[in-house]
Design a protein around this ligand. Structure first.
Ligand code: A2P
Length: 279
């Protein structure tokens, strides 16, 4: 009969809010990224996050299974037809111990309700935009850096990324390379806009051209000397911060020291902060 036929045609998705994994890339033994189908109705602002995950294990008492969800920044730009995520792999992490094994064709749960503060709407107009990331905190910036508005709104856009080891910089380094060399992106963003992009990667536990925590390099003035820009001021500079908790707190204090104030969607100011997800 016809209903049965129809059912056969459309693949039955096992999970609620299911999306299909289309691509998985393992960057290091601690980091991977993946792409999934995008719900047709999902609109988001570059820099926002959604809850994603898998079904959890059955509750030992009741046998019930509940979704195991975590907040993940969308790493892809809002014009992309798929969604990209960048994740840590924690061997005993409730979600990522399992999520790291996903393969193209697998299903994940994606709650289509994007939110977050790392958005242009939460910042007042300015001349120079600083994107400060550690580890997987680069994910929301991977979205913002592929959004033309990021370049249209500022004269200069500086991405700093601090990781323990050199291999952990690869995802970001590849992203920057793609932004600067991909014809489609270049056309979309505009060559004059691409010239505004500066990239400042640093490592803390393995030798690389620039070593040290970005916070220390700010305090010493080294990052400003390297880039040939003055220290941040509320008159010209805006900042978005995404990293581990200790980093977020430390850089917040630094930014406040420069006179910048924290903004929100409802109250745009000079900088915004969000915690990078750590399973
Ligand atoms: P460090 O190696 O000195 O701890 P993680 O992988 O633990 O999330 O760390 C990512 C990067 O963030 C590491 O390079 C780490 O440096 C750095 N980091 C950790 N805490 C701070 C902090 N309070 N301020 C600046 N950078 C930090």
């Amino acid at each position: 009969d016809r209903t049965a036929e129809k059912k056969k045609e459309a693949p039955k998705l096992a999970l609620p809010d299911a999306q299909i994994v289309t691509e998985v890339t393992h960057w290091t033994d601690r980091l991977f990224s993946f792409r999934v189908t995008r719900p047709a109705s999902l609109r988001f602002r570059s820099g926002e996050f959604v809850m994603i995950g898998l079904m959890g294990d059955p509750d030992p008492k009741t046998g019930k299974v509940k979704p195991l969800l975590r907040a993940y920044s969308i790493a892809s730009p809002s014009w992309d037809e798929e969604l990209e995520f960048y994740s840590i792999k924690v061997q005993d992490g409730p979600l990522t111990s399992r999520l790291q094994h996903i393969q193209p064709g697998d299903e994940i749960i994606l709650r289509p309700k994007p939110v977050g503060t790392l958005v242009h709407d939460a910042l007042l107009p300015g001349k120079r935009l600083w994107l400060f990331a550690t580890g997987t905190g680069i994910a929301p910036f991977a979205s913002l850096l592929r959004d033309p508005q990021t370049f249209e709104d500022y004269d200069e856009v500086i991405l700093t990324h601090t990781c323990r080891e050199v291999g952990e910089l690869t995802y970001g380094a590849e992203l920057i390379k793609t932004i600067q060399s991909d014809e489609l992106l270049a056309e979309l963003i505009g060559p004059e806009n691409l010239a505004k992009l500066r990239y400042y990667p640093t490592t803390t536990r393995e030798e690389s051209p620039k070593m040290g925590r970005i916070t220390d390099l700010m305090r010493s003035g080294e990052v400003f000397a390297d880039l040939g820009v003055p220290a941040l001021t509320p008159e010209t500079d805006r900042a978005m911060v995404c990293g581990n908790l200790a980093f977020n707190l430390e850089i917040k204090e630094l930014l406040e020291g420069y006179g910048l104030e924290e903004g929100a969607n409802s109250d745009p100011k000079h900088y915004v902060v969000e915690k990078a997800f750590l399973d």
